[in-house]
Design a protein around this ligand. Sequence first.
Ligand SMILES: CC(=O)SCCNC(=O)CCNC(=O)[C@H](O)C(C)(C)COP(=O)(O)OP(=O)(O)OC[C@H]1O[C@@H](n2cnc3c(N)ncnc32)[C@H](O)[C@@H]1OP(=O)(O)O
Ligand SMILES: CC(=O)C(=O)O
Length: 547
Amino acid sequence: MTRERLWLYDTTLRDGQQTQGVQFSLKEKRQIAEMLDGLGLDYVEGGWPGANPTDSAFFDEAPALSHATFAAFGMTKRAGRSAANDDVLAAVLNAGTRAICLVGKTHDFHVTAALGVTLEENRENIRESVRHLVAEGRETLFDAEHFFDGFAANRDYALACLHEAHAAGARWIVLCDTNGGTLPQDIASAVAAVIESGIPGERLGIHTHDDTGMAVAGTLAAVEAGVRQIQGTLNGLGERCGNANLTSLIPTLLLKPSYAERFETGVPPEALPGITRISRKLDDILNRVPAKTAPYVGGSAFAHKAGLHASAILKDPSTYEHVEPELVGNERIVPMSNQAGQSNLRRRLLEAGIEVEKGDPRLAEILDEVKRREDVGYAFDTAQASFELLARRTLGGMPNFFEIERYRVIVERRRGAGGRMECHSEAVVVLSIGGETTLSVSESMGPEGSDQGPVNALSKALAKDLGPYQPLIEDMRLVDFKVRITGGGVEAVTRVIIDSADDQGRRWSTVGVSPNIVDASFEALCDAVRWKLAQEGATTMAGLAAE
Ligand SMILES: CC(=O)SCCNC(=O)CCNC(=O)[C@H](O)C(C)(C)COP(=O)(O)OP(=O)(O)OC[C@H]1O[C@@H](n2cnc3c(N)ncnc32)[C@H](O)[C@@H]1OP(=O)(O)O
Ligand SMILES: CC(=O)C(=O)O
């Protein structure tokens, strides 16, 4: 059966940049455009040339795309001037892209209230703008702004605006749910009416916003009704609540038989496993924590926490997964928590290289300890390294690398050079290693001598002199630090999660809990060091001496 082509148009660099708090640099725009091209998107909209210096510079040195058509964005000409004399149209044309997307009004209310022109003038603006770009040999898209609201308010006028663009030669008429309030069934019936009015589905696109949380559903409803171009953004970035999320739509189109059997896109199946990496790379660029619950690509998308789920997953992963995580480059995890049963536990232990027979009484001991600790504020589903240490201690065979004799932290605010007030943190850690006592003092010191706080000072003091273990922790560093006040037991306590990494690409999380934030941090730091030593195959002092 031949499949119909669905065209994917990415607007991360334009509508995505309209997200509050998002401002891409030139280098980041290039990086993102290349990622989208590598994934197989058909169009990459680069921004609005002339609107700001970054966008203009981006078009001056366009990225080298091997697959995607590069598109510039602008708006229809203003009333009272010809298309050839319109500065906005001149700027988009000068950007030199093969495709140009122009936004124009289709809701009568916006024509009179926002533009302040007559309904006929707006139709002329659409017609002449599109005609001008087509005459210049550009593939022209018309983004019909507020189309669905306009269709509900004045159907004839909204349709007439679309037909102006269509008759003038626009390749794509893109129906926009600009305010994001239209429900999927209303999108479907409006699309059906547009097709019935004479514009075929192969010339129609859909651009939705997520203000009701249904941008993806609205997009799919439009496809069902006949549109053949989808506009969206990576990770659903976009104005207000965002646009239709391509990171959800692309796997859906490729993996769900009801779409995959009827449609093909430019994204080849072998590129699909790259989508999780691309999604996280975008978050990295934006300095955002990836959304764990994101469909397909989120860290929790294939995390099986409940005991009943994990038990079945071990027998057959399809029991609780709608697709295999590998297909989208994600991974299955079975975290430990107070929702876990022995199946989660055995699976998690196996991942850590520890095999325990089903029914071993020590499994129940570990589970009891996990549940007891979670009751007082620990969280092991995110702090897997602390969980492993707990399990190894219960199973026996966990070396006692070092003992904490005492530690002390001083935080001082004092007048420094130039009379400015500045903070200073200092820590002392005393350890006992194989009967020997070591004492380390360290100051917190960040870039240009800035104070990085007491936890940083403690981390440095702890890692300063670990006696014979020192070489094993040299490549280790603290990469993230999260604090949560939690109601453990009868009183609120502080839970600290610390993420550490090393030069061998490992990244691990540990947890500490205490009414005192510094003490909770210190517990998590000690676990981080112990886990690293265990990974390095370190033995106790006695073992080291024997080697
Ligand atoms: C639905 C969407 O998301 S479309 C994308 C929207 N994106 C952006 O707005 C980001 C980029 N925009 C910008 O940098 C600026 O708004 C610019 C450079 C485009 C224009 O800046 P300015 O000339 O200062 O205008 P300003 O932003 O204040 O107002 C927009 C103007 O465009 C007019 N306009 C809006 N839409 C259209 C249209 N489709 N066709 C013609 N004119 C339009 C408005 O009437 C208004 O003109 P007015 O001030 O004469 O009333
Ligand atoms: C064009 C566009 O971004 C919108 O109408 O939402």
